[in-house]
Ligand binder design. Structure first.
Ligand SMILES: *[C@@H]1O[C@H](CO)[C@@H](O)[C@H](O)[C@H]1NC(C)=O
Ligand SMILES: *[C@@H]1O[C@H](CO)[C@@H](O)[C@H](O)[C@H]1NC(C)=O
Ligand SMILES: *[C@@H]1O[C@H](CO)[C@@H](O)[C@H](O)[C@H]1NC(C)=O
Length: 223
């Protein structure tokens, strides 16, 4: 009633105010750098002359695991003209995925050289952490198990820092931002790819090297 009896100018003000509040709540916080892990280190220029491939991968997804080796092969083949930016994307129906994605953010923060070796290690052992075998496993145990696994990549000396990374809200936020970023671009599953910003059709299955050749070769011909 108060709004109805107010003069039109103040009710439109209220509407705009609530709209702005809604926008602020709905918006993903803007991260300090572009989301994702750049494969091959920071010597690769993402913009400029490169073809940019963005891959949304879930460390607990078998198709993401299977799509990774041909992607690496494509990277080697086109180097240095293909930039691969991997966004960790935890699917909600893979119960442990968020924890693994967070572990990748932690490792990336501690020593960015360990990010992809750790991603590959998680792919290798992902079956142990599927929903069924971990039905009764607490999240604390999952963190312990994955950390014991991660030691092979991050080194024993980094273990305490790695574990306390799970208490660091920054790594939580980074993991959330990757997820929200994928949502904002309409990513419905993994693996999902954008090539120079355009979504590739037919997500959710591993692409082999020949398929990458057939998709990427014509782009260089165009140039
Ligand atoms: C970061 O990790 C790489 C790869 O494991 C290792 O060679 C390097 O020494 C590490 N750097 C630091 C500062 O620990
Ligand atoms: C989980 O724990 C419950 C209670 O201890 C047990 O009855 C059940 O068999 C367990 N399930 C699995 C899949 O281990
Ligand atoms: C994380 O925080 C919890 C609760 O504050 C604390 O009990 C735990 O020891 C912390 N873990 C690490 C590794 O810092």
């Amino acid at each position: 009633m108060a709004v109805v009896s107010s003069p039109p100018s103040s009710s439109s003000f209220l509407l705009i105010f609530f709209f702005l509040v809604w926008i602020t709540l709905a918006q993903t916080p803007i991260p300090a750098k572009y989301d994702g892990f750049l494969y091959g280190g920071n010597n690769n220029y993402v913009w400029g002359d490169s073809v940019v491939l963005e891959a949304f991968l879930d460390p607990m997804c078998p198709d993401s695991r299977d799509t990774w080796p041909p992607l690496q092969q494509a990277f080697e083949y086109y180097s240095p003209r293909l930039a691969i930016l991997v966004h960790p994307f935890p699917l909600p129906y893979h119960s442990n995925s968020y924890t693994f994605c967070r572990a990748l953010q932690i490792a990336n923060k501690l020593n960015s050289s360990t990010t992809f070796p750790l991603f590959e290690l998680f792919f290798k052992y992902q079956e142990k952490f599927y929903n069924a075998p971990t039905y009764n496993t607490s999240r604390a145990s999952i963190i312990e198990d994955l950390s014991n696994l991660a030691v092979a990549v991050i080194g024993k000396d980094s273990l305490p820092a790695f574990l306390s990374g799970f208490n660091d809200s920054q790594t939580d936020i980074a993991t959330i931002i990757s997820f929200k970023y994928g949502c904002s671009r309409g990513v419905p599953g993994t693996p999902f790819f954008f090539l120079n910003g355009i979504p590739l059709p037919g997500y959710g299955s591993a692409l082999d090297f020949q398929t990458w050749r057939s998709i990427i070769d014509p782009l260089f011909v165009k140039k």
